[in-house]
Design a protein around this ligand. Structure first.
Ligand SMILES: NC(=O)c1ccc[n+]([C@@H]2O[C@H](COP(=O)([O-])OP(=O)(O)OC[C@H]3O[C@@H](n4cnc5c(N)ncnc54)[C@H](OP(=O)(O)O)[C@@H]3O)[C@@H](O)[C@H]2O)c1
Length: 319
């Protein structure tokens, strides 16, 4: 069995050498990642953009996240296993995988031709999704999946999802619907038909949100999942007696009985989600696709705050 890719020693990647805005990103040659014990080398077919990528690049997470320059950004990946390291036993060269590739420090990310990943982060790519859609599933989907698990969302309950049209929210709606929950989700008017197509009742965010939700559910909702931040007042105003809530973007919820959560890179959870995506024919909405050289433009687009679904970087999909 092939254990190491010895042929290619340099690869193309996007990297930055200093914190900053998208102007710090440079396209060029980087060394091929080394593939240690228990790791696999993945040929990247597609990588997805998440807000955390440009927040890390801006230095906003410097207090909590180690980073080594030059840093190749990107945590979401869909690709093909090229080779495996010593004692990596679960995956073989040729396997089609997805991963939320968050490692112990930021350095070798997925906006590159190749990425080395610990096997424990990998799941098998759902056959129902193409490369671009698959790349959009891991980070955003796992976030929604783990939040709804933590909240114990059950069939027959109503959940309000703040931020239904973003990457996390659009997958969260589908996961909640798959559980048999009734879903109300917020977005601007232009995205209301999109929310309906995913199975949610849309409501506009902003002033009067709590009243709009109460008009749909006078007794309140059982669960609130906040995938945007800045909604605590509305959350508390719409929760039914004994209701549960969590946020991925607002630590203040902890002072009001909620959970403030960070997504955990667990391959087994991702496999459950990938299987669910396959069996329930879940959609990953791809808003825009950029080539590897244009990651800066992809970041600028996501930074506007109105991405519907996911922005994807497609890499060498013809070979
Ligand atoms: N804690 C964690 O583990 C974790 C994990 C993933 C993400 N996050 C954070 O969670 C946030 C969302 O992530 P994401 O990947 O879903 O981002 P995203 O895809 O970039 O979100 C864009 C979406 O946000 C919607 N939006 C903007 N303002 C809104 C508001 N006030 N109310 C409702 N919707 C609004 C937009 O809808 P319209 O165009 O209709 O306005 C757009 O569809 C980001 O801050 C991200 O950093 C945290």
């Amino acid at each position: 069995m092939k254990r190491r890719c010895a042929v290619v020693e340099i690869m193309k990647a996007i990297a930055y050498n200093t914190y900053g805005n998208p102007d710090v990103l440079e396209f060029g040659d980087q060394p091929m990642p080394k593939v240690g014990p228990g790791m696999v080398l993945v040929k990247v077919k597609a990588a997805a953009v998440n807000p955390v990528d440009w927040k890390i690049m801006a230095g906003s997470l410097d207090a909590v996240m180690d980073l080594q320059f030059p840093a190749i950004p990107g945590w979401d990946v869909a690709g093909v296993v090229e080779s495996v390291g010593i004692d990596a036993r679960q995956f073989q060269p040729g396997d089609e995988i997805i991963a939320y590739g968050r490692k112990d420090y930021v350095h070798g990310g997925s906006f590159a031709e190749y990425i080395a990943l610990p096997e424990r982060l990998l799941a098998r790519k759902p056959a129902s999704l193409g490369w671009n859609e698959s790349a959009g599933l891991p980070l955003a989907g796992l976030t929604a999946y783990q939040v709804l698990n933590r909240l114990g969302l059950k069939s027959g309950e109503t959940v309000l999802i703040h931020g239904g049209s973003g990457g996390v929210g659009s997958l969260g709606i589908q996961i909640a619907v798959a559980r048999g929950a009734s879903v109300i989700a917020t977005a601007s008017e232009k995205n209301h038909e999109f929310l309906r197509s995913l199975g949610a009742e849309p409501v506009a965010y902003g002033d009067g949100l709590a009243e709009r939700v109460r008009s749909l559910r006078p007794n309140g909702v059982d669960v609130v999942a906040d995938f945007v931040g800045g909604n605590l007042e509305a959350t508390l105003a719409v929760l039914a007696e004994g209701g549960r809530h969590a946020s991925i973007a607002d630590s203040e919820v902890e002072e009001h009985g909620g959970d403030w959560m960070w997504v955990n890179p667990v391959g087994d959870d991702l496999q459950e989600l990938a299987d669910l995506a396959y069996s329930r024919k879940m959609r990953v909405e791809v808003a825009e696709v950029f080539p590897l050289e244009k990651v800066a433009d992809a970041f600028r687009s996501n930074m506007e705050g109105h991405t519907r679904g996911k922005i994807v970087i497609a890499i060498d999909q013809d070979s």
